[in-house]
Design a protein around this ligand. Sequence first.
Ligand code: F0G
Length: 455
Amino acid sequence: MPPLSTSAAGVRQAAFRFRCIACGDLSDRASQDFRCPHCGDLLEITYPDWKESGSVAQDLKNSWRQRRLSQAAIDQSGVWRFRELLPALANDQQAITLREGNTPLYELPQCAHITGVPRLFAKHQGLNPTGSFKDAGMTVASTFARLAGFRWVACASTGNTSASMAAYAARGGMRSLVLVPEGKISWSKLSQALDYGAVTCQLRTDFDGCLRLLQELVLRAPVYQLNSINPFRLEGQKTLALELLEQLDWQPPDHIIVPGGNLGNSSAIGKALVEMRDLGLISRLPKLSVIQAEGANALVRTLREAGGKRLISVQAETRATAVRIGNPASWKKAIYVLEATGGACEQVSEIEIAQAKAEIGAEGIGCEPASAVTLAGLKKLVKQGFVKPGESVVLVLTGNLLKDPDFTMGFHRGDLFKGTADENASVALNSLRRPPMVLDATLEAVTGVLEQAEK
Ligand code: F0G
């Protein structure tokens, strides 16, 4: 018999409804494309009974802490541990979980020195079961897919969503269909989807083309869509912020910095921060800032050139393939959380991304290129005076170093920027490169290298 889970005194899991982010329409049901039947905009999940829970913040905190001693699968999940703030399950056994979440918060002393921000931390979501933050959303959304009776789940992806979806579908006894842009995702991510049994289609288009097709497909075929348009995904991804605040003893940092691609994650973290404030779990909001690659800067341009009023799509191009997205689905949600928390939106170059990635790697932590935009962005925000040296900053590292070994090898071997406009500028990064050496198998050769490295 599975061990029993623990529950908070006087606090129950939440009944939920869908709310359209544009016209506010409330509904108990969502169509398969998760769009408002009236105006076509995105839906979010809302909890009508929550106001009464305002007085129980301390009960919640105690209960969440207590669950860390439990042997029950649902309590060992760093997502479902916070289930009072998630859509309710009829029973704990319904959750499909790989014990996701529970990711460490690291100090970054060397990067703190580089940026001049002494209180600098990394919340490393790359240490999730499939190596990215997607698992936190996928445990919730795949659970609700199975509860809705679907046999097939599907997503469009730059790689991490598909790896995560395939794993959770397999654990939950469902089939999975993956649509990825041909040639534009890393082998590591693609190989995960294959091993977890997904039917994998490499489409001759980009991520945005894959997502467009998926949106049509789910209206015609009985497949459940697991992109971050699906609001259950964002509910799971909210728990990153809950876990982070618990790790900081509920003292909010001054800044949280996240990469922006399709803009689901920033929206989810921002939603969590606002909910935590409204429920009395924290007393003030950290500023949530979003950083994009220059070549995939739709949100930056939308804010600068259209005042955030209409989306300016771009033809995305960046080596940080996880965020190679030009038409971000959750742009309105992201703008809402930027405004609600007073955060900034910045862009960083390919060289800045490569440098930041190597600097995080040199701390013994490592991440994939898309995650490193956070450190590169922080440097800019410090320069602009938006982040002050005395303030505390948390970078959200979204994916594991092992997700994109080609980028890392290219960087250290020195071919990452060969033949590109950045080739000359990339010479400035040479001191960070640690290329592997091929030597004769002699003591002299190896001691020679040691002596050289000491200089
Ligand atoms: N970092 C990594 C490692 C990602 O994989 C993604 C998105 C992001 C950042 C951006 O997050 O889209 O919520 O703004 N990857 C998606 C995928 C699109 O298909 O794996 P976002």
